[in-house]
Design a protein around this ligand. Sequence first.
Ligand code: ZN
Length: 413
Amino acid sequence: MKSWPEVYIPSIDSRYIFPELSLQNTASQSIQVLPRKKMYRMYVCGITPYDSTHLGHAATYLSFDLINRYLRATGSKVLYVQNITDIDDPLLERASRDGIDWEELAYSQIDLFRSDMSTLHVIPPENYIGAVEAIPLVTKKIEQLKEAGAIYGVDKDLYFRVHSDPDFGTRSHLSNEESLKIFAERGGDPERLGKENPLDSLVWLAQRPNEPGWPSIHGLGRPGWHIECCAIALNYLLPEQDSDFLIDIQGGGSDLIFPHHEMSAAQARVSTGRRFAEFYVHTGMIGLDGQKMSKSLGNLVFVSSLVRSGVNPMVIRCALMMGDYTTDRLWNEELLLTAQTFLDSLTVQLSHNQCAQTSVLIQEIIQALSNNLDTKKVFALLADWISESSKGAEGGNPGELARTLDALLGIAI
Ligand code: ZN
């Protein structure tokens, strides 16, 4: 699948010191330092293309973009892979509800997503892989799981025995009761007759009437969602043979912690005998005017609608970075106005020849980002700098600050 265009990243002067990046790790339930490496392997779960790109999506991909930008600025390479679930129940349900062809819906939404990511200055993944194009990888992965004794059939569908992974549950930390409840809410089928364990997850769905199916050694059908990500990540992130973990970062919204990330990690563990990700990083949900933003409430705010109505994409970027990425946040008109005012003032001060000192500020920005992407602190530091500059303080280098903000925060002015 074609990714979106590359984003220009200015370089940052080598006199600045980049501390190791620490991130909130869902698996360890703590903020942990990501060990310094020459290359990082990061997998971030992509969208199912039927309601792209709402602000919840944007907030997630912006957060991982900050991680990507920070790690690259330290001189490391980041191998970044993202999937797109271009066949799944929710996509078929939406296409059927709207009376349109599912492929047409998927293609149009994928195009929109790419253009939104480009507009928001998000660095594209090296590999952007669709579920359909990954079917050969998925069937191979199912074969490996079968050899490990972790697969059984219910009718013509195939299921993964979750407890074949001795670590099952260690990434999401839920009780069995909570797991069952969330599994049912998020596309799982705990009640299905014939399953050995209610939490066992579907890896291959045999073709249903009036639904698409693809030929495979497992019969005509389509992949389950969790195995899709497991197969894509392990194929395209080229895990090292001798490292403790197959990849460095598995990322996504907090609604993917369970079952999605737990299941993918379990399938990776059982099929390779090795642990999947060292870090599981999750972003908070975005709510609107005090309510959760969700499909069912019909209150999604889309990046493309905001941009069409005249909002500068960099304002959206600033607004989403003004809060803590790990916590649930609210979107409202006031936040948008605050971000607009902030960006206007920043632009004015960066356009002057003289401004308040910038060297210490840049080092402090780097320090704040290294501390679990403390963008709240970054915006507070910038607000102080804007205030001092507007009072006539001198001694700074506005060009260098502008390049740093572009490189690390993706704010291109
Ligand atoms: Zn995924």
